[in-house]
Write a protein that binds this ligand. Sequence first.
Ligand code: FB9
Length: 487
Amino acid sequence: MAEEAVLGYLQKHEQIVDSGAFAAEQGISHDEIVNAIKSLNGFGFVVAQDIKRERWQLTEEGKTYASAGSPEFQLFTAVPPEGISRVDLQKKLGDSVFKIGCQQAIKNKWVEMGKLQVSRKVENVDDSVKAFLAKINDGEALNQEDIDALKRRKLILLHTWKGYSVKKGPNYAPERRKPATDLTRENLQSGDWKNLEFKEYNLSTKGAPSEGGYLHPLLKVKSRIQMIFSLMGFEEMPTNNYVESSFWNFDALFQPQQHPARDSHDTFFLKEPSVTKILPEDYVEKVKQIHESGGHGSRGYGYDWKREEANKNLLRTHTTAVSSRMLYALAKKPFEPKKYYSIDRVFRNEAVDRTHLAEFHQIEGLICDRGLSLGDLQGVLHDFFSRLGMSKLRFKPAYNPYTEPSMEIFGYHEGFKKWVEVGNSGMFRPEMLLPMGLPEDVRVIAWGLSLERPTMILYGIDNIRDLFGHKVDLDLIKSNPICRIGL
Ligand code: FB9
C-alpha cells in the first residue's frame, strides 16, 4: 500500500518534497512510507534524498510544567503575603515541587527562606519557564540562553527527525511488479517473459541447510568399539535375532532351569511363537545330561531337566546366547582358535530407573584357544579398556552361572577421579564347553559391558531417556560431538 502510494503520487507529481507531510496526507504511518521509499530506492524505482530536521521537544517533566506552571511559580503562588511555615508549604506542594521550587525561587530572589518561615520578597512574578515551554510546544524558536536553561533542567530534549524527498528513479514504473524468481515454461510460451522483471541473484545468501541425517551417540561409540575389537583381531558375531530359545540363552550356558534369572520377572518370554521347534537333538541330550547328572568331572545340578522349559522362546537377556551358538558351531569343525565379539540389544524385565531401561546394548568379547588362563583374560582386559581410556583396572571375584572363575572389572576414571564398575568377565565352565564337543584343553575367556554406560559417561548424559527411547533429546542427537575413544 505504501509503495503504491509513493509510485502513484510520482505519476502525477514531480516529487514528494517531504515524506513526513506525505505520510500525513496519505494517512499512512511515516515508518511504512520510509520502508517503502528505501525498498523502491534499492531497486531504482525512485531516487531518495535524506532530510534531517532537529527540533526541541518537551520531556515528561517539561509537559507537566507547561500545564501546571513551573515549580518555582507554583511555590511563589502558594506563599501568602503574610508568609507560611515551611512544613505547611511542603504539605501544600508535595516533596518534588517544594524541593525544586525552593531552589529556583530562591535563585530568582522571589522568596525568603527562613528556618521555619517562608515569605515573599517581591509582589508579583512571571512564569517565564511555562511561557518558554509553550513556545517550544508550538515549534517557536527561543534564544540559545533560554534553550540552554531549559536543557540544563532536562525540561526539553533535541529530537532528530529523518525523512526523505523523493523523485522518479531510472527504473520508475507506476506500479511495482513482484520480481520473478523463475523463468517458467508458461512465461516462454505466452511471451510474458518479455515484460518480466527478474529478482537479482543474491550471491551472498547461504544455501538452504541440508537437513541430512545425524549419527546417534550410541552408534558413534558402537562403531569406535567395533574398530577397537577389529584392531585387536576380533570378528563380529551375527546378532540379528532378538528372539532366542531358552536353550541357547540359558541351558547351553549350564544355567539351571530354576535359576531366578529364568523367571518371567527377569525375562521377557514370548507368547507367539512361544516355543522353539528346532534344536540340535544330539547336543540337547548332552546338555540335559550335564544338568541332571554332570559328567566330565562335574556333579551337575541333580534336577529333572525339562525340554519344554528349554523350548520356551524369549527376548535374549544377553548376547552370550550368540556366543554359545558360535562356540557350538566352532566345535562342529576341526578346532581353530577364534576371537569373537558382539554388540547388540538385549532385554531384561527389570525395574527401570534413571540409568537403566528394560533393554540395553551388551558388548561381549571372547577368545577361544587351547590352554588360556585367567592371566590371559586379565591381559586382554587391560588391552581392551586401555583403548577406552582406562589403563588402571582392578578385578573383584564374582559369580556367574556360566563362568568360573568370574571377575567384576573396575576401571579408574581420570575425569571422575574414582573407580568405576566397567563390566564383568570370566572363563566359560567346562560344563558349557565340553558337551558342545570342544577339545578338552580348549578354554574360552570372555567379558561383557554395556554400550550405554560408556556413552553416557563420554557424552556427559545422566538420564538414559535423553539418550535412548521415545523421549530422546533430538537436539542432542543433532549436536553431539565426534566420539574420540580408540584414537
Ligand atoms: O558397562 C558397564 N560399565 C561401564 C563400561 C564402560 C565404561 O567406559 C568408560 C567411560 C570409558 C564405563 C562404565 N557395566 C556393565 C557396569 C555397570 O554399569 C553396571 O551397573 C551395569 N551393567 C549392565 C548389566 O546390568 C543389567 C553393565 C552391563 C553389563 C554387565 C555385565 C555384562 C554385560 C553388560 C557381562 C558379561 C559377561 C560376563 C562373563 C562372560 C561373558 C559376558
